[in-house]
Write a protein that binds this ligand. Sequence first.
Ligand code: MG
Length: 385
Amino acid sequence: MKRRIAVLGSTGSIGTQALDVISRHPDLFTAEVLVANSNSSLLISQAIKHDVNTVVIADDTKYDEVFKALDPYGIKVFTGRESIGKLISGSNIDVVLAAMVGFGGLESTLEAIQAGKTIALANKETLVAAGSLVIKMAREHNAAIIPVDSEHSAIFQCLQGERSPVEKIILTASGGPFFSKSIQEIESATIEQALNHPKWCMGPKVTIDSASMMNKGLEMIEAHWLFGVKPSDIEIIIHPQSVVHSMTQFRDGSVTAQLSTPDMRLPIQYALSYPFRVELNTERIDFAKLSKLDFYKPDFDKFPCLTLAYKAIERGGNIPCAMNAANEIAVESFLAGKISFPAIPKIISQVMNLIGHIENPGRDDIFATDTEARIISKQILSNYN
Ligand code: MG
């Protein structure tokens, strides 16, 4: 039986690589639904190439263009975020690949969970903002969540067949473009420098998050929810080669690791083919050539976003949601040239202090916190201009 897949965020970095994986295994996978935000031309060519059933273009100003292009092929076209939930909940979908960027991906992920779909989760903000809600709902609706983030895929792979609890998760980080830079150099970092990631080619949001190391903070929170490990038992370690994608430590002192050359198609494919492994034409590790693997302690003074993430999850409730919203706004402002790089953690920290704490947020509280944190972020930002 072929797995019928809905790709949410098909025109982004994860989405395009997922379609590459899908097209290489036509006997195993088929793309049924594609959802894109606004990149209409790429969505049109993807829909035709992969002969999909339905597409959604969230930006309704692009609807006519997409409809005119795809109607002759018999491909159904929808617009607006409201239609997404219904389309991915249908009986013609087995796996929902949630690869949209940011909090905007939460609503449709929740709908897919409610429909009991298997979720291949690439949208880390979903778990950061609403971790307890997502995990609880996934249990209730018997929806499996398979991580796509390379680190979490590594941990997930390390845990296959394990019956004993994890003592510690060791989350590896490439260190991003500013790993070897001084605090002074980071203070004057340009957008181009921040976007210049040494190891991974990704979308702009996650690349800036990597430069600030907020990405690793978000991933620590993501790991906490996915694997039920306390934040104090999740250690972040810098590993510039990005060959060890993360590790799990057990009570007998054993550490298991998952290694590969850095290629996002591997964790994407594993999430789609799980529990099986299928052929992938990625470059194999040549250990003789690799010769060494380096590991370093992260510098929390240089990367205050790491401290903020641990603080947010320790305070718990809606605070990680507020942190995520403030980060999204701050990153957007940095990319628009409105604020300096070091302003990112400053804004996030202020928003975390100003937001009202809700200990056990429900669905409505999460959406309200996100909205409020964005408003506070923008008020703080207006003082920067
Ligand atoms: Mg990652």
